[in-house]
Design a protein around this ligand. Structure first.
Ligand SMILES: *[C@@H]1O[C@H](CO)[C@@H](O)[C@H](O)[C@H]1NC(C)=O
Ligand SMILES: *[C@@H]1O[C@H](CO)[C@@H](O)[C@H](O)[C@H]1NC(C)=O
Ligand SMILES: *[C@@H]1O[C@H](CO)[C@@H](O)[C@H](O)[C@H]1NC(C)=O
Length: 290
């Protein structure tokens, strides 16, 4: 969702940041649990990219048009912290970066914060845990695709390494589950894509494998539904752009195929509505989840 110019205070990327923040605030506002916007995966320079999509999310306040995402390229992440600031971990086309910055919406200012342990060029994920820390996983740098993960502590502004994932992954998803664990799904390396999924337990700092998706997916979305299940949709793999969706049940650790989108979507935003339906960007039709 962010271009590499995201930290500059001018130009379209700033608009993207603001729109992202608007969406994130909608998500986290306690009384408006209508929308969850999951990771927007970023496309690799070498991969086919569909035309920009326009995301329109509808919720209780009316509608927000988040405009064209024609700058969506390299893998920054933006994570809204419990203190109201947004943590941005840097990616970049040519230089792999350790750096991370904080955006304070109340002042509109950016400040640098502690550097990540590992350089991450992009295609990593960042997810806010229930303890207020942020878990960053995978991505890639000059050495290749990463299995490393690390935690950001907003109270100290520091990063600490935590255990490696079982697989090196980029362009995967990471979702905070209702039980406090993080589900990482799919993604891949430069040589292939994964069906596999794994769970991070913040209490033990360990990764365990869980059921694999039915098909390999990279650049997909994962949405935590109001019933706690996780809907994974779209993306691509070696064979195709994907229009299928599947559902992860955290009580059993298994996946079922569930519904499909009208059009293949490699990069999209998925939003969970209060009526239990999931709204996708572009020409994605509703996927009803029971
Ligand atoms: C993660 O990757 C590094 C570098 O390739 C490797 O040395 C390490 O064993 C891997 N960790 C796991 C848990 O597979
Ligand atoms: C999705 O899952 C629900 C609940 O298991 C089931 O009733 C429904 O038929 C499934 N939809 C599709 C399209 O598979
Ligand atoms: C999606 O759901 C909304 C609200 O239920 C409905 O108005 C709209 O027609 C649906 N779109 C499609 C493509 O089914």
């Amino acid at each position: 969702m962010f271009s590499e110019q995201v930290n500059e205070n001018n130009g379209p990327p700033m608009l993207a940041v603001i729109l992202f923040l608007v969406l994130k605030f909608v998500i986290l506002a306690p009384k408006k649990q209508s929308i969850i916007v999951t990771t927007l995966s970023s496309s690799m320079g070498t991969s086919p990219s569909p035309p920009p999509t326009t995301a329109t999310t509808t919720q209780q306040l009316g509608s927000i048009n988040v405009g064209s995402m024609n700058q969506a390229r390299q893998g920054h992440t933006g994570t809204l912290l419990t203190n109201g600031k947004m943590l941005v971990t840097r990616g970049g086309n040519y230089v792999a970066l350790h750096s991370a910055e904080l955006y304070d919406p109340s002042t509109g200012t950016w400040t640098t914060t502690g550097s990540m342990k590992h350089q991450r060029r992009g295609q990593h994920t960042a997810v806010l845990l229930t303890n207020g820390k942020v878990l960053v996983t995978g991505g890639h740098n000059i050495e290749g695709v990463l299995n490393s993960t690390e935690l950001y502590d907003p109270s100290k502004g520091t990063w600490t390494s935590t255990n490696d994932m079982h697989s090196k992954r980029m362009e995967h998803t990471a979702s905070l589950l209702t039980n406090g664990k993080v589900l990482v799904t799919g993604g891949g390396t430069f040589s292939g894509f994964f069906r596999s999924a794994e769970l991070y337990d913040p209490l033990t700092g360990t990764w365990t494998t869980t059921g694999s998706m039915n098909i390999q997916r990279t650049k997909h979305t994962a949405s935590v539904l109001t019933n706690g299940k996780v809907l994974v949709a779209g993306g691509e793999n070696t064979n195709d752009f994907l229009n299928s969706a599947e559902l992860y049940d955290l009580s059993t650790g298994t996946w079922i195929t569930n519904g499909s989108m009208n059009n293949q979507q490699e990069e999209h935003i998925a939003s969970v509505l209060t009526n239990g339906k999931v709204l996708g960007t572009g020409e994605w039709s509703n996927v009803s989840v029971v």
